[in-house]
Design a protein around this ligand. Sequence first.
Ligand SMILES: Nc1ncnc2c1ncn2[C@@H]1O[C@H](COP(=O)(O)OP(=O)(O)OP(=O)(O)O)[C@@H](O)[C@H]1O
Ligand SMILES: [Mg+2]
Length: 175
Amino acid sequence: MPKGMFFIWRREAGTILPPDLEIISRSPEQTQELGLRLGELAQPGDVLLMIGNLGAGKTCLTQGIARGLGIAGYASSPSFVLVREYHGRLPLYHIDLYRLEQVAEVADLGIDEYLYGKGLTVVEWADRALNLMPPQHLLIQIVPLSLRRRKLYLEPRGQRYEEMIKSLRLEAPAR
Ligand SMILES: Nc1ncnc2c1ncn2[C@@H]1O[C@H](COP(=O)(O)OP(=O)(O)OP(=O)(O)O)[C@@H](O)[C@H]1O
Ligand SMILES: [Mg+2]
């Protein structure tokens, strides 16, 4: 794990680690570094669902993910674009549901092709259409703690994502 990234997990000596992970980021760069690792760990068909208010850092994290996939020229998508596709080691499908008026619109987008496709799908504002998302995913909640501090709460839903968290954890400095 990159230097300076702080992992917090509720570990008591000798207990089994919980599957989820809480990370404190202290700068946009740290958030991007976490994204970079997520991008490197991504496998075809992976789905990352992001929840967090305006300016929480969802796009910032996605920028790092794009770098981790080796995507050159990632442009942070304006919110009115619902789906953007980029090509790196894997395709990145960046879906932003902020402008969504109705959940029915999502069905019209045909997002299943992305969600069940061969790339990595990242969904900003996933809470707007959670019931249309695949049951197996990594849920990422971003909570601003102060101007530059963010709590990133990663909750794996499904074995694949538990493995992803385990990989991240292995790199975490013990503390
Ligand atoms: N630790 C941090 N991690 C991420 N972003 C941070 C952090 N500290 C400050 N920021 C700032 O917060 C903002 C995050 O913006 P970003 O576009 O990523 O948010 P977002 O969650 O995608 O919002 P939106 O819902 O509008 O799409 C940026 O201006 C970034 O520089
Ligand atoms: Mg955004």
